[in-house]
Design a protein around this ligand. Structure first.
Ligand SMILES: Nc1nc2c(ncn2[C@@H]2O[C@H](COP(=O)(O)OP(=O)(O)O)[C@@H](O)[C@H]2O)c(=O)[nH]1
Ligand SMILES: [Mg+2]
Ligand SMILES: [Zn+2]
Length: 308
């Protein structure tokens, strides 16, 4: 039988088979991915081959199928070993709020760069739009949305509590495996509950929502939805490991720069202050947003502190 890992504790794996059975499984014997630096051989989202016990409640995983994609983070800060967070995602969704709490564009852009680097299509959902009904609030929402639409990312404005555009939110998730990201307190749990009340996820009181470091879970959780989709929540994992790249490569991960970076005077242009830079010209013309460009500069390895 084949199936998908929907929960992992490190020693036990819950697998939903293609026949729609749910089995608790162990890995067969010594199971190591050859050449892998991963501390965990399997993660949620992995497709596996298993053998069910007679009771059809437990089984043994005998093989892992090739991954379409996967995301990792370093096992520890200095370690070369990695921890696989999740595999086989169809898309990644960042939940952002412009207030209570405010998600910075820097955070959004770093997330999007990671998605591009891992070739995972990304969508941006602005939640709590009910709190942005003043003129300034609506302006901020319009501006943020236009920045990301211009860069080529689908955007949706929703409210979990006021049930605004939740049908579209549900449609975005239907039939797909979606990696969910976003700061604590932006309403991830509230949004999932709003479309799938039976899950009854814990929604934090707003006073506690901002305190950091509450989550220590290291394993991502998968929530299956009745629309045929599934959400992978990564508690405590704010950013997945930034892939290593060279200065000149970063622009490859900004879709709106892709039409232009070949037109710069220098092949190895980093679009910082080189003469004849077409990307900078487009920023001046307005076809590349200043906000995205500023965050691009911040992310250039050469200009960023704390990167090795
Ligand atoms: N006004 C408003 N509050 C919301 C909305 N969505 C969530 N919240 C509140 O924001 C807080 C954090 O929500 P929660 O789902 O726990 O955030 P999570 O940490 O991202 O899972 C809770 O107090 C929610 O009631 C929304 O659309 N509008
Ligand atoms: Mg939550
Ligand atoms: Zn350039």
């Amino acid at each position: 039988m084949e199936g998908r890992v929907i929960k992992s504790t490190g020693s036990w794996y819950r697998v939903r088979t293609d026949e729609d059975l749910v089995l608790n499984c162990r890995l067969r014997g010594k199971f190591k991915l050859s050449g892998s630096r991963a501390t965990n051989p399997l993660a949620v989202g992995d497709r596996v081959v298993l053998r069910a016990n007679h009771d059809m409640r437990e089984g043994v995983i005998v093989d892992i199928l090739d991954r379409k994609n996967f995301i990792v983070r370093k096992a520890t800060k200095l370690s070369r070993q990695t921890h696989v967070i999740a595999a086989n995602m169809d898309q990644a969704m960042i939940i952002a709020t412009l207030a209570w709490p405010r998600t910075s564009t820097g955070f959004i852009d770093r997330f999007l760069v990671n998605c591009e680097a891992y070739s995972i299509p990304a969508v941006i959902v602005f939640n709590k739009v009910d709190l942005l009904q003043s003129a300034e609030g609506l302006d901020a929402l319009r501006e943020a949305t236009s920045i990301y639409l211009q860069a080529g990312y689908p955007c949706l404005q929703v409210s979990a509590t006021e049930r605004i555009r939740l049908d579209e939110f549900d449609q975005l998730l239907a039939g797909k495996i979606t990696l969910l990201a976003g700061h604590s307190g932006v309403g991830k749990s509230a949004l999932i509950n709003a479309i799938e009340p039976d899950l009854d996820l814990k929604v934090q009181e707003i006073s506690k929502a901002h305190s950091k470091g509450r989550h220590t879970t290291t394993f991502a959780e998968m929530f299956e939805l009745s629309n045929g989709g599934a959400i992978i929540d990564t508690p405590g994992i704010k950013e997945f490991g930034l892939v290593d790249f060279e200065d000149w490569e970063l622009c490859h991960y900004f879709p709106e720069m892709r039409n232009f970076f070949n037109l710069c005077r220098f092949d190895n242009c980093t679009h910082y202050n080189e003469p004849g830079c077409r990307v900078k010209e487009e920023v001046e013309k307005g076809s590349i947003s200043i906000s995205r460009y500023a965050n691009y500069l911040n992310m250039l390895p050469g200009t960023q502190t704390g990167r090795s």
